[in-house]
Design a protein around this ligand. Structure first.
Ligand code: FES
Length: 160
């Protein structure tokens, strides 16, 4: 799993400093942290709570309420299955279920080998290709669930 660098923490501290005392600071700082680290682990939440001077329970409450936040360190590859409206109506839920079943890992979690983290996402801006899944920066469109195992295998092999 990728380690966190000093630069990442410096960026987070910047976000904390610029949002401190503002409306929705907890939510916005968590979003910034999710962007920077790809997750909001407990130590990151503690840093945010201390930095914003709010109770940890408040940060934790927001972090756990919204599925956009991942509470664990992310895997090497991030799988995002779009559950935006266009994708949803074209069956992206089934694609997501297939990913979950194939990797035997629930949404929001990382596979035990640290290779994949599974997420559901909002519109990825590629509705014309619905249903869409992204793995890192690669976009896969017009998916049917049966295509999922072969797509995942590419990443498993690349790392083997
Ligand atoms: S709704 Fe999935 S890409 Fe837009």
């Amino acid at each position: 799993m990728p380690g966190f660098t000093q630069e990442m923490y410096a960026k987070l501290d910047e976000a904390i400093a610029s949002l401190r005392g503002q409306e929705g600071a907890v939510m916005r700082t968590l979003q910034a942290a999710q962007e920077i680290f790809g997750c909001v682990t407990k130590p990151i939440q503690v840093r945010i709570a201390e930095g914003l001077n709010v109770p940890l329970s408040e940060v934790y409450g927001v972090a756990t309420f919204y599925s956009q936040f991942s509470l664990e360190e992310r895997g090497e590859h991030i799988i995002g299955v779009c559950l935006g409206t266009a994708c949803y109506v074209k069956g992206s839920k089934n694609v997501l279920e297939k990913v979950v079943e194939t990797l035997n890992t629930p949404v929001g979690k990382t596979t035990p080998d640290g290779l994949f983290t599974i997420r559901d996402t909002r519109c990825l801006g590629a509705c014309g290709l619905a249903p869409v899944m992204m793995i890192d920066d690669d976009v896969y469109g017009r998916l049917v669930p049966s295509m999922v195992p072969d797509i995942l295998k590419k990443y498993q092999k690349a790392d083997a």
